[in-house]
Design a protein around this ligand. Structure first.
Ligand code: OXD
Ligand code: MN
Length: 585
């Protein structure tokens, strides 16, 4: 299917290493994918679900030891340990290649190797990047066909001499002790072995679109971020774009597909989803920052998704979707905790056993997933395929904080915004009434995903800001939907009502909303609470900045930054000093 010598040479080497019985090129045709689905059903790798209720939908179960990303077995193998930095596992490339080559040796004997050419981003866009994944799993092929653009047209675009990211996946026997997810940024190579779980094996996603892409972005002057992208349409039909980064499990997919509260909907406000997980950002010819979603589907967490929490995500899963580790109903449809109440009386749970509603075990694994085509989403943006991306008005950081962060605040400028992103944190949720959970620092929600030294990553953010005029750069904000009152209850309703905060953000970008300057940045004088049962006092508390609590947080920030030693950029040190001075005023 290609004359690209780099592809063919590498493929020959990988065939020699893994010794597959057969090599199949994935051309991207529906006929080929349909044949693979049939083969996976025949072998038991997948189950065909109720085609009347869920047309084109399939089910897959992973091994119980293989249900999530494995950060402790994820490596960044750069020439020096310093290039990978203190937040990544590291091993010298030569040592890691030796270890991996032994594991891959003859690993595909008796199996078929599938060659998947794929594009992250619309095929042919100057934003996009090409990868080729070799895998022995049909499940991976079928998921990649949803999550990325695949097939012959990608190879055409690659041409005879184009460069690509080399991705090798072998399922082997999913032995967790020999599981490795390894990135060699300097060789543009990803190797994954002994897993069959999405985040570890759909190598276009976290491995390429974040870890390798963040490294390429640093080298080439762009950014790969763990961000949703949404368009907010006002009653005049104008759409403004926001990208937002939250740590995993803070509701990124829900925000990306938000449905406005009734009265705003009636006025004509709408939210359009461009992406729910990853954004690639570049400065456009007009000096503004543009965002593209490099993915073509949603690999979303199923539990908690319902008609009430996220009807758009649910609608997206109604056809041509692969479900992984959810429960199966007697009707051969799917169920997970939070989908409906009460739970069905009888289910087949995620491990394949019988389940009844009096069981104390969960029916779906808490990290069970749907892989759904983005085009299924009722609120998918008309700009989703735009090869130039969408211009960002705002970047929003967020976390789960019981007391520290107000509902929303705005950075004074880009540099301060970078500091806000770099000090992002979330608290563990099991906090007892009033008690504060354990704080986990997760800069820009990228701690598990930066493919190089995080201190240099902060430096790259600062440099990107220097390349944009202040009036063109997106304004930077921080939100916290999770503030608790003294009894441990959420003070803000969240979900669709977060639209009220997004409206304030856009108004600020346009110079239309008031704010007061505090020690940490600009805080709203008020937020629209029409139709909400929120008193003035509660709103005041939601927007309150408690200097004593912030002094404690600053101590935690300093501790986190200390690990970077001399590498910490001056811009971060400057902002830390400003915050300290403001808190002591
Ligand atoms: C994800 C994650 O799966 O961030 O998107 O963990
Ligand atoms: Mn994610």
């Amino acid at each position: 299917m290609t004359n690209n010598k780099k592809v063919l040479t590498w493929l020959d080497e990988m065939i020699a290493l893994t010794s597959p019985d057969k090599v199949v090129w994935i051309d991207g045709s529906e006929e080929q994918l349909e044949a693979l689905r049939a083969e996976a059903v025949a072998s038991g790798e997948m189950i065909k679900l109720n085609q009347e209720k869920l047309p084109g939908c399939y089910y897959h179960r992973t091994a119980p030891n293989d249900v999530a990303r494995v950060e402790d077995r994820t490596f960044i193998c750069t020439e020096t340990k310093e290039e990978a930095g203190p937040n990544n596992n590291w091993m010298a490339p030569s040592e890691m290649y030796a270890k991996l080559n032994a594991l891959y040796k003859d690993s595909m004997k008796g199996r078929t190797m599938y060659v998947i050419p794929y594009s992250m981003g619309p095929i042919g866009s100057s934003f996009s990047k090409i990868g080729i994944e070799l895998t022995d799993s049909i499940y991976v092929v079928l998921n990649m066909a949803i999550m990325t653009r695949i097939g012959e047209k990608v190879l055409e675009c690659l041409g005879e001499d184009g460069d690509f990211t080399k991705c090798l996946h072998a399922k082997k026997d999913v032995n967790p002790d020999e599981r490795y997810i390894v990135h060699f940024p300097q060789d543009n190579t990803i190797m994954s072995v002994n897993s069959a779980y999405g985040g570890n094996v759909l190598l276009g996603k976290k491995c390429f679109a974040l870890r390798i892409a963040s490294y390429l972005g640093k080298k080439e002057g762009w950014m790969a971020e763990h961000m949703l992208i949404l368009g907010l349409e006002n009653p005049q039909g104008e759409v403004k774009y926001i990208a937002a980064a939250f740590p995993s499990a803070c509701g990124k997919t829900n925000l990306a597909m938000l449905i406005p509260p009734k009265y705003l909907k009636e006025k004509g406000y709408k939210v359009w989803c461009v992406g729910d997980d990853i954004a690639w950002l570049r400065i456009g010819a007009d000096g503004r920052l543009y965002a593209v979603n490099p993915e073509a589907g949603f690999f979303g967490v199923a539990p908690g998704t319902s008609e009430k929490t996220n009807p758009n995500a649910l609608a997206a899963t109604m056809k041509n979707t692969i479900f992984t580790n959810v429960a199966i109903t007697d009707e051969n449809t799917v169920w997970w905790e939070g989908l409906s109440k009460p739970a069905p009386a009888h289910l087949i749970e995620w491990k394949g056993g019988e389940w009844t509603s009096d069981s104390s075990e969960k029916a779906a694994h808490p990290n069970s997933r749907f892989t759904a085509p983005a085009i299924n989403c009722p609120c998918i943006s008309s700009e989703f395929e735009n090869p130039q991306g969408v211009p960002l008005s705002a970047i929003v950081f967020g976390g789960r904080r019981a007391k520290t962060a107000p509902l929303v605040y705005q950075a004074r400028d880009w540099k301060h915004g970078v500091y806000i992103g770099a000090t992002m944190a979330s608290e563990t949720t099991a906090a007892a009434a009033g008690a504060v959970g354990v704080v986990r620092r997760d800069p820009m929600a990228m701690k598990p995903f930066v493919g190089y030294n995080m201190a240099d990553y902060f430096g790259h953010w600062l440099e990107m800001g220097e390349k944009m005029d202040a009036d063109k750069a997106p304004k930077i904000f921080h939100v916290n939907w999770f503030r608790l009152d003294e009894e441990g209850n959420f003070m803000w309703p969240g979900f669709g009502d977060n639209m009220r905060v997004l409206n304030w953000i856009i108004d600020r970008c346009e110079g239309k909303a008031d704010a007061v300057e505090t020690a940490i940045g600009y805080v709203p004088t008020t937020i629209d609470t029409t139709d909400l049962d929120i008193s003035e006092d509660v709103l005041k508390e939601l927007l309150n900045v408690d200097k004593e609590v912030w002094k404690e947080d600053l101590a935690g920030q300093k501790e986190f930054f200390a690990q970077f030693g001399d590498k910490l950029p001056q811009g971060i040190k400057d902002e830390m000093a400003i915050l300290e001075a403001n808190l002591n005023k």
